[in-house]
Write a protein that binds this ligand. Structure first.
Ligand SMILES: *Cc1c(COP(=O)(O)O)cnc(C)c1O
Length: 469
């Protein structure tokens, strides 16, 4: 054994303790770290011929990089839809690396059984029917990819073709319908050989991002079945929800696969106040829900659910002499894009055990209250304009400047970021350059909203004061 490696083996306990110290140091100065920061790049290093050992590496990292991290897992990072990590989730996640199980197999570890258990917890949390089969993937993008792979297989089977074996080359183009799809749907369609252009946008309701179901039915009627419908349960700009009950009812009259992208909107089901938004989700053939967003577990983690386990096996089965019979084996590597994967369910299991349904409902409701509060402040301000009513946890707003351009929004948001107290990301809402505040962190309190509001006002004044009038 290499001398440094042997030394670290002997020193393993101490290395873990020093790692805890580094983590503690991060916690102690977290308030002073900006939620987002622009880093232009880092100095190029050369691969060391002889290493420096774990403790020195830890020190080097602390000295050179740790202080430059952003507190994006903190209470005032409102960009994209970004959660943090609950204490229990962090504990689970640390242990994932310590145990280092391959959760894709099932005959040599308890890990896949805990993953099944965790999926059962989640079905309960999200009000999903027990019939759903679920797996962990890295993110909602991969959950959308996996779900649309099943949809593709289903379309083939409707016409007697097994795409998993013969491929798509002889197939007529597939068609996918959606009102306000997330960008990752297009990416998934590209990766699946279905193609981005296969997606036909269906008109949305007036002033809304939710699909107009009458229009959807019309498109289903005039296009030859089978089609794929992607319903959106929580759009990123306004957290608008397609009417899943109405869309589900269309299944009686039309033959289509229903995928529901509920990456963060799925958490509406956690709260009696918002659960009506996801009513009808059980009509779905496949569902995407993220864990690293509103469940507040560390990256990277999401779930994919389906009622068609058989199709999942057809698409993802990985047959090899040493892997056993896929029709008998429940191993996850026959069901997911990965053949090997970390014990990804454990942080989720930890946070659900630690805080239960109540704890996670409280996070969702507190975040939504914070968003509604921020929305009220924006609504009553003459310098900002609320672009859509606040439904759940996202506030979509813009500046009231006469020269409203994306460029100006970016200048404004860069200044807000560099001020170091709050972080937002830009968007375009119904052709208007805009700002999104997405609140999904377990730490966010009303005071954070007060700070955020003070910051945007002071930055706005500063920018206006230097502009020629
Ligand atoms: C975030 C998000 C995605 C993509 O999720 P990743 O976890 O970043 O892969 C897909 N759909 C919706 C609605 C989202 O909000």
């Amino acid at each position: 054994m290499d001398a440094l490696l042997r030394n670290d083996l002997k020193d393993f306990n101490n290395i873990l303790f020093q790692t805890v110290r580094t983590a503690e140091q991060h916690l102690s100065r977290i308030e002073t770290l900006p939620p987002g920061r622009y880093i232009d790049g880092i100095e190029k290093m050369t691969l060391p011929k002889k290493g420096i050992g774990a403790i020195n590496t830890l020190k080097y990292f602390e000295e050179h990089f740790a202080g430059q991290l952003a507190n994006s897992a903190g209470p005032r990072y409102f960009g994209f839809v970004t959660g943090g990590s609950t204490p229990a989730a962090v504990a689970g996640d640390w242990l994932v690396s310590m145990y280092d199980q391959n959760a894709c197999g099932s005959h040599d570890s308890i890990a896949p059984h805990i993953e099944h258990q965790t999926i059962n917890f989640l079905k309960d949390l999200f009000g999903l029917h027990q019939e759903y089969f679920g797996t962990f993937v890295t993110g909602a993008t991969l959950a959308n990819f996996t779900s649309l792979a099943l949809a593709r297989q289903w379309v083939g089977e409707q016409t007697g073709t097994d795409f998993s074996n013969v491929g798509l080359s002889a197939a007529s183009p597939l068609k996918v319908l959606s009102g306000t799809p997330h960008s990752s749907i297009f990416k998934s369609l590209s990766m699946l050989g279905i193609g981005r252009n296969a997606l036909a946008k269906v008109p949305t309701l007036p002033g809304r991002e939710a699909v107009d179901v009458t229009e959807l039915e019309y498109v289903l009627k005039v296009n030859p079945a089978p089609l794929i419908v992607v319903a959106n349960a929580g759009t990123v700009n306004t957290v608008d929800f397609d009417d899943l009950e109405e869309i589900g009812a269309l299944k009686k009259r039309h033959n289509f696969w229903l995928h529901v992208d509920a990456a963060f909107g799925g958490f509406a089901a956690c709260s009696g106040k918002y659960a009506h938004y996801t009513k009808g989700i059980n009509y779905a053939d496949s569902i995407t829900i993220d864990a690293h967003k509103w469940l507040n577990v560390p990256y990277d983690s999401a779930m994919q659910f389906t009622r068609h386990k058989d199709l999942q096996l057809k698409v993802f089965q990985n047959t090899a002499a040493y892997l056993g019979d896929p029709s008998k084996s429940p191993d996850f590597f026959h069901y997911t894009p990965e053949n090997s994967r970390r014990f990804r369910a454990l942080p989720t299991w930890f946070t659900l055990m630690a805080y239960g349904k109540e704890g996670h409902r409280e996070i969702v409701e507190r975040n939504c209250e914070a968003a509604h509060y921020f929305g009220e402040l924006i609504k009553n301000s003459s310098d900002f304009k609320l672009l859509a009513p606040v439904k759940m946890n996202v506030v979509c707003f813009t500046l009231t400047n006469d020269d409203l351009t994306m460029e100006n929004i970016k200048i404004f948001l860069d200044a807000v970021r560099d001020d170091g107290q709050v972080f937002f990301t830009p968007t375009i809402y119904k052709n208007t350059p805009a700002i999104r505040a997405a609140i999904s962190n377990w730490l966010t309190e009303r005071e954070d909203i007060d700070i955020a509001y003070r910051v945007i006002n002071s930055i706005n004044k500063k920018i206006k004061s230097v502009q020629p009038t």
